[in-house]
Design a protein around this ligand. Structure first.
Ligand code: SAM
Length: 269
């Protein structure tokens, strides 16, 4: 990596597309198209010749166009990005990206940034982890409905539970499978879909999904829960709490966790 790079900005007053086309022809670098109509090219090569070509083109077409070409200090973008991904401590667990060191006195969970929801930072995920810490016991059979990144089922697996995972989004199932490998953990069954496809009853069912979906699938969640089992539901905004609670009146409320405007509820059947 060079110590410096060049940043060329181009502001044509009109005929934006012509300038974009010319810039694309003059450089192989990626071009940033800003909302205000500015074009930006960055390169470790000096872009003064490109700037000269653009200004000559504008002069000949009699188009008002301003440019700047500035030499800037290069940064280690990957290192900067890595620094922006933070680890988080939740109860007994330490959730970290793979490039950070683990904490010896905590249960280690590795989650690298990916598309699926569940880094541990969101209030709903961290509240579910607190609930898992408190209510889930070794050897419990656990179903994670809407597994996302798999963070909750990995937490349960690390406590010594047998876990099944499901999500309506195939990408999440694939990310969860990868994250289980990354964490050297195992699950039993997985499927694309929801709690209605469960073929057995569980000691613990966890569903961190939005209120509307919890209301929609409340019967399925209860059906796949053993008598005496624990149900953890989350993803509920304060304002929707009563609507969700009304669907679980037949269960016993054990704990309600509030974090900012988000609520997580733990029931027993
Ligand atoms: C908020 S994320 C939770 C991810 C992770 N469990 C966590 O706690 O961070 C909700 C997940 O539920 C999935 N989902 C949405 N509707 C669902 C449904 N009806 N059944 C199962 N999963 C669903 C989404 O694809 C998404 O991955």
């Amino acid at each position: 990596m060079s110590e410096y790079y060049y940043e060329l900005t181009i502001n044509p007053q009109n005929n934006y597309e012509l300038f974009l086309e010319l810039l694309s022809a003059l450089t192989n670098e990626a071009i940033e198209e800003c909302e205000d109509g500015t074009l930006i090219a960055r390169s470790e090569e000096d872009l003064s010749d490109v700037e000269f070509g653009i200004l000559e083109f504008a002069k000949r077409l009699n188009i008002n166009c301003t440019t700047t070409c500035i030499k800037k200090e290069n940064q280690d973008w990957i290192e900067n990005y890595k620094k922006s991904v933070k680890s988080v401590e939740v109860g007994s667990f330490f959730i970290r990206p793979s490039w950070e060191e683990k904490k010896e006195d905590k249960i280690d969970i590795i989650i690298d940034p990916a598309l699926s929801f569940g880094s541990g930072h969101h209030e709903t995920t961290s509240s579910c982890i607190l609930a898992i810490d408190q209510f889930v016991k070794k050897d419990n059979e656990v179903l994670d409905v809407g597994c996302g990144s798999g963070i909750l089922s990995i937490a349960a697996a690390k406590l010594g539970c047998g876990v099944d995972i499901c999500d309506t989004d195939e990408v999440c199932i694939n990310d969860t499978i990868e994250n289980f490998k990354l964490n050297n953990a195992t699950f039993n069954n997985s499927w694309i879909g929801s709690a209605n496809k469960a073929t057995k009853q569980y000691d613990v069912v966890i569903a961190n999904i939005v209120a509307d979906v919890l209301v929609m699938i409340h019967k399925d969640l209860k059906k796949c829960l053993k008598d005496g089992g624990i149900l953890i539901v989350s993803g509920i905004l304060d304002k929707h709490l009563d609507r969700v609670l009304s669907k679980f009146k037949d269960l016993k409320e054990l704990e309600v966790i509030h974090k900012n405007e988000w609520v997580t509820v733990v029931f027993s059947k």
